[in-house]
Design a protein around this ligand. Structure first.
Ligand SMILES: Cc1cc2nc3c(=O)[nH]c(=O)nc-3n(C[C@H](O)[C@H](O)[C@H](O)COP(=O)(O)OP(=O)(O)OC[C@H]3O[C@@H](n4cnc5c(N)ncnc54)[C@H](O)[C@@H]3O)c2cc1C
Length: 246
């Protein structure tokens, strides 16, 4: 893990594009950015003309020493901040970022031998920091076994689909769980992740994987409980809760 001091930065939007029907990928240029490990997040602060401020956390889809910072934000219809980021933010706009944050929920290549396999488990937009880890793993040419179990409502809700498909041609083992609608030729009906499916698709406890779980709070807590009940040691389970109950 690389120590990079967190501080406030001015970020300029360089591009935005739809990520899913409800989410947007936003790229920023941050000239003072110190770089970040995969899995880190930032606090985004918006300031209205009357001085009112709102701050929310967003994971970084990007990692490394670059000044380019990438977020992927899902819109909550009744939300205060996410609808602005998804619908209103324009190329050239500036906002304030505080980071990089999160020393525990990061992945960096390790010299540890034998390498410990890594299990990533995402619910919805919780895939953002886990995508950054899988991407960093591929770029490092690291030979640690990497798996991503990604629970998502429908095929249209998948974040980073082209990038994940490319990573899965390489070293990443990628499994989707479709909770509301599966693709036409999918071997299983749509349905929530179950303890049985988790046990069947994730590394088993005997492999002693390092596990990262990220998504809505209820999803993360349920999965972490199942993992411990399956014999995974608590100190090898790292969690990040995005909030909400969905
Ligand atoms: C470390 C961290 C990283 C995060 N990274 C991302 C990310 O990469 N992409 C992303 O889209 N979001 C991410 N989030 C969630 C994000 O911080 C906001 O909570 C989210 O965008 C909603 O903000 P809002 O102002 O639009 O909604 P608010 O006005 O804060 O909330 C509106 C309503 O939605 C509920 N709610 C709040 N958060 C959630 C949630 N996550 N799911 C469901 N309901 C919720 C609230 O209880 C409230 O009822 C992250 C959260 C944390 C803590």
């Amino acid at each position: 893990m690389t120590r990079r001091p967190a501080s406030w930065h001015t970020a300029t939007v360089t591009s935005t594009r739809p990520e899913t029907g409800t989410a947007r990928r936003i790229e920023f240029d941050v000239p003072t950015w110190p770089g970040n490990d995969a899995g880190a997040h930032v606090d985004v602060r918006l300031t209205a003309p009357d001085g009112y401020q709102a701050t929310r956390s967003y994971s970084l889809a990007s990692s490394g020493d670059d000044h380019r910072v990438v977020l992927a934000v899902d819109e909550l219809p009744d939300g205060e901040v996410s609808p602005f980021l998804v619908r209103d933010l324009q190329v050239g706009d500036r906002l304030e970022l505080h980071g990089p944050l999160g020393r525990f929920f990061v992945w960096t290549p390790t010299d540890q031998l034998p390498p410990r396999p890594v299990q990533l488990i995402a619910g919805g937009s919780g895939v953002v920091p886990l995508f950054a880890m899988a991407d960093a793993h591929a770029r490092a040419g690291d030979d640690t076994g990497f798996r991503l179990l990604y629970s998502v409502r429908t095929p249209d809700d998948v974040f980073f689909r082209p990038e994940l498909t490319a990573l899965a041609i390489g070293a990443l083992r990628l499994d989707y769980i479709y909770t509301r609608r599966a693709p036409r030729d999918w071997p299983a009906p749509a349905g929530r992740l179950t303890r049985e499916v988790l046990t069947a698709r994730a590394w088993d406890a005997a492999s002693e994987p390092l596990i990262y779980v990220c998504g809505p709070t209820a999803f993360v807590e349920t999965v972490a409980d199942w993992l411990q009940a399956a014999g995974h040691a608590a100190e090898r389970i790292r969690t990040e809760r995005f909030g909400g109950t969905r």
